[in-house]
Write a protein that binds this ligand. Structure first.
Ligand SMILES: [Ca+2]
Ligand SMILES: [Ca+2]
Ligand SMILES: [Ca+2]
Length: 172
């Protein structure tokens, strides 16, 4: 009887451990910083009509990923910016889909507006999950106005310049 209890406890503990590991790796495996524009003059405007800096996230999995509770930063020294949950706006990156995050310091414009701007002189983008584990990051040098950088193809390790940026659409 005691043996059985021990076995069951061990089993549950292993299951718990494996489930947690899997959760972490799902985001790490399938969620990407896929494209960004650090100097936006006329490419893509937010809901207010402002041409602000943006970052495109890409979910390569067949399940939606909610990024509320996750964090973004543009360098490693500053505070992390949490994505708040919201009833009014969706914070979900659709399955095999894209979500635009605005780096515009306009947090009053919704949960997808971060209290940072991307420097056209070079900076970075860092994405952390709710447990503050780094999911993805990119660092960049001097950026040209209205020319984005993105992974090509989507989610790959190769970064290229896009003279025609593709916000909220595939880079392929
Ligand atoms: Ca804005
Ligand atoms: Ca910045
Ligand atoms: Ca794109």
């Amino acid at each position: 009887m005691r043996n059985l209890l021990l076995k069951n406890t061990l089993f549950l503990f292993t299951l718990f451990f494996l489930t947690n590991c899997e959760d972490e790796s799902i985001e790490k495996k399938y969620l990407f910083i896929n494209e960004f524009l650090a100097s936006n003059n006329s490419v893509y405007a937010d809901e207010i009509g402002e041409y602000d800096d943006w970052v495109e996230l890409y979910n390569s999995s067949s399940d939606p990923i909610d990024i509320s509770g996750m964090y973004l930063a543009d360098n490693l020294e500053d505070n992390l910016n949490v994505i708040p949950s919201s009833n009014q706006f969706s914070t979900i990156v659709p399955a095999n889909g894209y979500l635009i995050i605005w780096f515009d310091k306009d947090q009053d414009q919704g949960p997808l507006h971060i209290g940072e701007k991307l420097s056209a002189d070079g900076e970075g983008v860092y994405l952390y999950n709710a447990e503050r584990v780094l999911i993805d990051s990119v660092t960049f040098g001097v950026q040209e106005t209205d020319i984005s950088m993105g992974r090509y193809p989507d989610g790959s390790d190769r970064w290229v310049k896009f003279t025609t940026p593709t916000p909220a659409k595939s880079n392929n």
